[in-house]
Design a protein around this ligand. Structure first.
Ligand code: NZQ
Ligand code: ZN
Length: 385
């Protein structure tokens, strides 16, 4: 196992009727901006519940953070925060709203051009406003991590940043708030969480038993409960377990002391920036092809994945690995998510375009060995056609 430092300061309030607890988590004299997305927070009543919990505090609403939050929209929030002397941010929504709020928290107090936050991968962030979140879509883990992904529409650039100053102070996880999710978003959440785990698990062995067994357990829960969540939208136990799995998949726990891949995500981000495909769907396109192209480097962990996650124990090693990748792909398809570029009406032109964008954004040495160069990315995307 590699050396590691583990730090996670986010307080989680999990369960039914936990939104009311916000009152104890935000200073009573705070000037609060509540940030949310299109219409779901209003429509579902979650926003009203949040405002009730905020009581007599000064509250201003910022509406309209879009899926794959844009720099352009978020800078409007930054201007309002400064103008109204807001001192606490509260995100109500999914990963996009929480990621967007993280950016606003850093950008509102940033000295200089806030785009530098993203081009420096977060290294230039030296302070950030305090914020909390109310999660309505289990998927990204943003509610308990220090990462955010922002798109600058004008540049067709979708870039991530990380910094310990943008961990939420608290996150409210009430599984009943996910009952209203459309099937498409439930499926996206399951697949996104699945790929977060594989990015930290399907690399090479370093004898990290805790992280491996934990990752394998989380993957099996997703495989078991994902399809059930589609057919039983109001089953509290299913939603509660999925919500906690998605959080644990990317809150640093299984990230400790192991190599990471993240190539599927970096290639996927370019697909979203160019073609507006949902984040999770881009991962479902890239992952099976990436695993097939990196079979040799990932050999041992793929065999372990086949055995412990999919219970495949017969056939040659290559056959077992191929069967595990095929089962993974079939699982994504069973969740209603197409796993080929053709499923999104894209062909060879997309391969060239994505490789060009990867080069432009310096994504030329991806993966746990840093050997996924543009030529390898081209092979992966070609296999995903
Ligand atoms: O905009 P509204 O009307 O609120 O609707 C949203 C949105 O259209 C809807 N929704 C959310 N909660 C709902 C609901 N509809 C009904 N009932 C509810 N309870 O769902 C739609 C999608 O929301 P979004 O926040 O975009 O989805 P998700 O949580 O999947 O977030 C995706 C974003 O997170 C980034 C992705 O790149 C993408 O931009 N990621 C962030 C990560 C992180 N911070 O660590 C890691 C991930 O890998 C990912 O990159
Ligand atoms: Zn993701």
């Amino acid at each position: 196992m590699f050396n590691f430092t583990y730090y996670n300061p986010t307080r989680i309030h999990f369960g039914k009727n936990t939104i009311a607890e916000i009152d104890t988590l935000i200073p009573s004299n705070a000037r609060v901006m509540v940030l949310f997305g299109g219409s779901s927070a209003k429509r579902t009543g979650t926003l009203a519940e949040v405002k009730q919990a905020l009581g007599k505090r000064f509250v201003v609403e910022f509406e309209g953070i879009e899926p794959n939050p844009t720099y352009e929209t978020l800078m409007l929030a930054v201007a309002q925060v400064r103008e109204l002397n807001i001192d606490f941010l509260l995100a109500v929504g999914g990963g996009s709203v929480i990621d967007g709020t993280k950016f606003v928290a850093a950008a509102a107090v940033f000295e200089g051009e806030p785009w530098d936050i993203l081009t420096s991968w977060g290294a230039k962030v030296t302070k950030a406003m305090p914020f909390g979140s109310v999660l309505t879509l289990p998927a990204t883990g943003s509610e308990m991590n220090n990462a955010s992904v922002v798109t600058r529409k004008s540049l067709k650039a979708k870039l991530p940043f990380r910094n310990d100053l943008v961990y939420p102070q608290f996150s409210i996880l009430d599984p009943t708030k996910t009952f209203t999710l459309p099937e498409r978003q439930v499926a996206n959440g399951v697949v996104d969480a699945f790929v977060h785990i594989t990015e930290q698990y399907l690399t090479y062995p370093v004898n990290a038993a805790v992280q491996d067994r934990f990752a394998e357990g989380l993957l099996q829960i997703l495989i078991e409960l994902g399809p059930q969540a589609l057919t039983k939208p109001e089953d509290y136990d299913i939603r509660a377990n999925l919500m906690w799995v998605a959080t644990m998949a990317l809150n640093g726990t299984i990230a400790t002391g192991v190599p990471h891949d993240w190539a599927t995500h970096m290639i996927g981000h370019e697909l979203t920036a160019l073609y507006d495909i949902d984040h999770a769907r881009t991962l479902a396109i890239v992952l099976p092809a990436l695993l097939r192209c990196t079979k040799a480097a990932k050999h041992e962990k793929l065999l372990q994945f086949a055995d412990r996650v999919w219970h495949i124990n017969t056939g040659s090693e290559d056959e077992r690995i191929e069967a595990a990748i095929a089962k993974t792909q079939a699982f994504f398809e069973a969740m209603g998510i197409a796993t080929h570029l053709s499923g999104y009406d894209l062909g060879k032109e997309a391969v060239d375009a994505v490789v060009g964008q990867l080069e432009k954004h310096g994504m030329v040495a991806l993966g746990e060995h840093g050997n996924i160069d543009p030529a390898m990315s081209r092979n992966i995307l070609t296999l995903a056609l």
